[in-house]
Design a protein around this ligand. Structure first.
Ligand SMILES: *[C@@H]1O[C@H](CO)[C@@H](O)[C@H](O)[C@H]1NC(C)=O
Ligand SMILES: *[C@@H]1O[C@H](CO)[C@@H](O)[C@H](O)[C@H]1NC(C)=O
Ligand SMILES: *[C@@H]1O[C@H](CO)[C@@H](O)[C@H](O)[C@H]1NC(C)=O
Ligand SMILES: *[C@@H]1O[C@H](CO)[C@@H](O)[C@H](O)[C@H]1NC(C)=O
Ligand SMILES: *[C@@H]1O[C@H](CO)[C@@H](O)[C@H](O)[C@H]1NC(C)=O
Length: 397
């Protein structure tokens, strides 16, 4: 029965071959949300406004360089704002930084809502990937274990190699990694760390996090203490690194607190792999904003990064005011209606205007068709998965 349906769906999808590439990649225009946080006082002191949150531009460039666009996720917004964004994005990144990982910070409060959303979306069969870097990893382990299992360590401003753990080869993250990159990561000090807290392998196990996550790699702090460097969730598209891959290609501070960032070709190439990997994960998600206007209103292009290299460890940052955005839907309502573009109703439509109108109509029809197609692809995938687990005798949903 299921087989027959599968065939029907497969034939319906005959026209969708352009979308159905190897490894089920459907989305070639992925958009990833990056969470903001309160800026260091020193960074804001020299600026024109009392900005209340920031995103280091290196995270944006890192994702952009692998073929994604970025949407900033602001702090202190209402739940609807986070839920609508999370339902429109193709992936979410929790960056590093220096704020509480609990709900005491805007970052922590938003992080919890987004993390919960990622879990429930994935439970419903929506493949929504999440990456946490440094503080972002610490927050994810905190949220996943309902407790803080971190301990103080000496791993600030230090470049390390990775000690790859048993079974890393079979992980999603490493299974596609070029052998040369694996060699760089395990033999050269190409990953850079800026943290004062560590998750030890002992606490990784004791906390039960080991039931949820696969340990891919560890590093050692300045005193030789082993700590967790890289995790991937056993079932869900959740990935974390304690080190900072975005810094190798994009951060240039070289004062005594930041002089360990490796910029060698090997370090940059290794870092780029992680960007490509995560953006590829986002390509597996086909969520989208409700309209082009909504998408444009949300993208990072609405903000300009500023030079913050003399007041922080970040060469450039995006800064935001603590304004309330309520929800993207609300913003859409406030936007000028498309009709307002037709300023001169009396003027006769020129041939160019007419053909533009036709092109627009075709474009809209194409988008509607594409959207329907994507829904079918999603349905087909669910069916395929159902079939998979049936054949395997599992009852996982
Ligand atoms: C920022 O806020 C402080 C007081 O909280 C005020 O003295 C200062 O002028 C403000 N700076 C700017 C640029 O608005
Ligand atoms: C931002 O706004 C929220 C809610 O209005 C407030 O609770 C929070 O303290 C503000 N944060 C900053 C850094 O001003
Ligand atoms: C384990 O976590 C606890 C906090 O929950 C911390 O006090 C302790 O130092 C950690 N132990 C190790 C070995 O990391
Ligand atoms: C990497 O760093 C460690 C400790 O900081 C050092 O002992 C080791 O020689 C370095 N390895 C390379 C290949 O530079
Ligand atoms: C069943 O699961 C195993 C291990 O998870 C996998 O290797 C195999 O391909 C699956 N078989 C089918 C028919 O899905």
């Amino acid at each position: 029965m299921i087989h027959r349906h599968l065939l029907i769906w497969a034939s319906l999808l005959a026209g969708a071959q352009a979308l159905v590439h190897a490894q089920d990649i459907f989305n070639f225009r992925p958009i990833i949300g990056v969470l903001a946080q309160r800026p260091p006082d020193r960074m804001v002191a020299g600026l024109d406004k009392n900005y209340t949150s920031y995103i280091a531009a290196s995270y944006v460039k890192y994702l952009e360089s692998a073929g994604a666009r970025v949407v900033p996720i602001l702090t202190y917004q209402d739940d609807a704002y986070y839920e609508e964004l999370a339902g429109s994005l193709n992936g979410i990144l929790f960056p590093g930084g220096a704020v509480p990982i609990t709900s005491d910070s805007g970052y922590g409060a938003a992080g919890k809502i987004l993390y919960d959303y990622v879990l429930s979306a994935n439970a419903k069969g929506i493949y929504l990937p999440l990456w946490g870097t440094c503080l972002g990893m610490e927050m994810i382990t905190y949220l996943s274990s309902n407790n803080n299992w971190l301990t103080y360590c000496l791993a600030n401003n230090i470049a390390n190699s990775l000690d790859l753990q048993d079974g890393y080869v079979d992980s999603r993250m490493f299974s596609q990694m070029p052998a040369t990159t694996i060699l760089y990561l395990r033999t050269l000090n190409v990953t850079v760390n800026f943290h004062h807290k560590c998750l030890t392998p002992q606490n990784f196990t004791e906390s039960g996090l080991s039931d949820q996550y696969k340990l891919l790699a560890t590093s050692r702090d300045s005193l030789g203490m082993e700590y967790i460097a890289l995790l991937e969730h056993r079932d869900l598209p959740i990935f974390t690194s304690q080190f900072h891959p975005e810094k190798n290609p994009f951060e240039w501070a070289d004062d005594t607190n930041h002089d360990s960032i490796p910029h060698t070709p090997e370090a940059v190439e290794s870092a780029q792999y992680f960007a490509k990997f995560f953006v590829n994960q986002a390509r597996l998600n086909i969520q989208s904003f409700n309209s082009k206007e909504e998408e444009e209103g949300a993208l990072i292009y609405n903000y300009q990064p500023v030079f913050t290299g003399s007041t922080s460890g970040f060469v450039q940052a995006y800064l935001f005011l603590n304004h309330s955005v309520t929800s993207t839907r609300g913003r859409e309502t406030n936007a000028a209606p498309p009709e307002s573009k037709q300023q001169h109703p009396a003027a006769a439509a020129s041939p160019t205007q007419e053909s533009n109108a036709i092109i627009t109509t075709i474009h809209q029809a194409k988008n509607r068709a594409l959207k329907k197609l994507k829904i079918k692809v999603l349905f087909y995938n669910k069916l395929k998965n159902a079939l998979h687990s049936r054949n395997n005798g599992t009852t996982n949903s």
